[in-house]
Design a protein around this ligand. Structure first.
Ligand code: HEM
Length: 511
């Protein structure tokens, strides 16, 4: 198969360019998928010079059948993406916090990274306002670890049960198939916890000039476990060595007009020139008895951990464009549930939902054996009794597809048991107690330069002006006012709203 693909790409080279440009070519005969040579790839078999095309032309039928099935379901979110290979080098000893093998000082781990936009379909412009996905697959010697993050430290909501509704409101209207700020802000008006995220999304960080020039965040708290079985809560942060650079509001439409694929061309252009982008992995660490010390819930994905120092553990370098977009980037499957010994999920309610959702959607999108595709397959042997399913090519051998057994040499190693966490209380369906909906949004506004503050105000007002429902409009304005009176007043004025009414509503808000 590999040989056939190589020959085909040589052939493509010969067709597209002169033979000299392709180097020396050994002529390759085109074959059908069963390997049999094709005599004519340009003319269908017909009944005589003017008769109909024959069903017995298997090359024609097979070619059309394969073409008809070239697409798989696109990701329900993050459909537009760009991938690159590289490596992660752990530079500092992190064994006091985790026994994860990849975090041994000096260790190099191969990685695949996929950057993406969130709301747009697979062919949409890359520079539109949106969070950017920053998903990293580490092919470690203890299996694959996926850190599936974005370019902001927080998220819109804190409970996975809201995610499908949230995404529906951001996606095109089911009637018109057009995105509509009326629907988006209808959701936000009922989700005050999203206020801080709005101050990220509507700042110029929502329109990065380059995937190379943005930070990444694992967003949630994770639990790291060391060799002694001690637990620490951590948050991960990819810090760009290229610095952070964003498009200003007036540059966004210009960029879309100039190049819909700007971010991919930028990344692949840099890789082509050997300008390999790098990010340092920074980690915030809290002991379990420190997790409750804030006046917000540290396991709430809408919150940053403020004033918790970061320590650097290693550096990610991207260095290679994948040979085939579909086989790597499109078929890649990142899942927060892909964890390795020493890295465990925290109790964060969003993360808990994500532990289920990704692997589930991928079994739909790629089939039961999508995990076994070359881009997703661990670089270590997989030994278990999962079998069958469409596209199975696991090379199973032997009759023993169950465990326990005396007929095969299988073992489980108690050293890899998950950490035991004490629990108390009753099952419940209740919101968290320490919500603190607005303060971090205000802190973010005040941390921006004067020019960035003005852009944030203008960007928010631009969309809010299109919100027809006055209750929704004033609810969102009151959240912004509560976060910071100057922010709320400026956006209200720009959106031609009544600042006194906004102030009155904000006075009734808590947190
Ligand atoms: C409960 C909340 C969430 C749910 C249910 C959810 C669900 C999904 C689903 C179904 C996909 C498509 C996966 C695929 O087809 O391979 C996806 C992709 C993605 N999600 Fe989420 N998501 C949630 C929250 C988040 C958060 C908080 C982040 C970031 C911190 C995030 C980052 C991503 C990224 C980066 C991708 C694209 C991965 C890739 O490049 O293939 N998601 N999400």
């Amino acid at each position: 198969m590999m040989r056939m693909r190589t020959k085909l790409s040589q052939l493509a080279c010969a067709v597209a360019f002169s033979a000299a440009a392709c180097g020396s070519l050994s002529a390759a005969t085109i074959t059908r998928d069963n390997g049999s040579p094709v005599g004519d790839n340009q003319n269908s078999q017909t009944a005589g010079p003017s008769g109909p095309v024959l069903l017995q032309d298997s090359q024609l039928i097979e070619k059309l059948q394969r073409f008809d099935r070239e697409r798989i379901p696109e990701r329900v979110v993050h459909a537009r993406g760009t991938g690159a290979f590289g490596s992660f080098v752990t530079s500092a000893d992190f064994s006091d916090i985790t026994r994860a093998d990849l975090f041994r000082a000096g260790k190099t781990t191969p990685v695949f990274v996929r950057f993406s936009t969130v709301a747009g379909a697979s062919g949409t412009p890359e520079t539109l306002r949106d969070p950017r996905g920053f998903a990293v697959k580490f092919y470690t010697e203890q299996g694959n670890w996926d850190l599936v993050g974005i370019n902001f430290p927080i998220f819109f909501i804190r409970d996975a049960i809201k995610f499908p509704d949230f995404i529906h409101s951001q996606k095109p209207d089911p009637v018109t198939n057009v995105q509509d700020p009326n629907r988006a802000f209808d959701f936000f008006a009922h989700a005050p916890e999203s206020t801080a995220m709005l101050t990220w999304l509507y700042s110029n960080r929502g329109t990065p000039v380059s995937y190379r020039k943005m930070d990444g965040f694992g967003n949630h708290a994770f639990k790291l476990v060391n060799a002694k079985g001690e637990v620490h809560y951590v948050k991960f942060h990819w810090k760009s060595r290229q610095g952070i650079e964003n498009l200003t509001p007036d540059q966004v439409p210009q960029m879309i007009a100039k190049d819909w694929n700007y971010l991919t061309n930028d990344l692949y252009g840099a890789l082509g020139k050997g300008e390999n982008p790098q990010w340092d992995l920074m980690v915030q660490v809290l002991k379990p008895d420190q997790i409750d010390r804030f006046d917000y819930d540290a396991l709430d994905a809408t919150k940053e951990w403020k004033d918790v120092p970061e320590r650097m553990v290693g550096t990610l370098t991207l260095n290679k464009v994948p040979a085939n977009f579909f086989e790597s980037t499109e078929q890649s499957a990142f899942a927060p549930s892909h964890l390795v010994p020493g890295i465990e999920p925290s109790e964060d309610r969003m993360l808990q939902g994500r532990l289920f959702s990704y692997a589930d959607t991928q079994i739909y999108r790629l089939g039961a054996n999508g995990i076994n595709l070359p881009i997703n397959r661990p670089r270590v042997p997989v030994t278990n009794n999962n079998e069958g399913g469409g596209g199975s090519a696991l090379n199973r051998a032997g009759s023993t597809d169950y465990d326990p057994t005396t007929l095969a040499d299988l073992k489980q190693d108690p050293a890899y048991r998950l950490i035991e966490t004490p629990l108390a209380g009753t099952t419940q369906q209740r919101a968290i107690k320490k919500k603190l909906e607005f303060r971090q949004a205000g802190e973010r506004y005040r941390s921006l330069s004067a020019a960035d503050q003005s852009d944030l105000v203008g960007n928010l007002a631009g969309d809010l002006k299109r919100v027809r429902n006055q209750d929704n409009l004033y609810a969102v304005l009151s959240y912004l006012y509560k976060a910071d009176p100057e922010l709320g007043s400026r956006v209200a004025k720009d959106a031609n709203a009544d600042v006194a009414r906004v102030k009155q509503l904000a006075a009734k808000l808590e947190g």
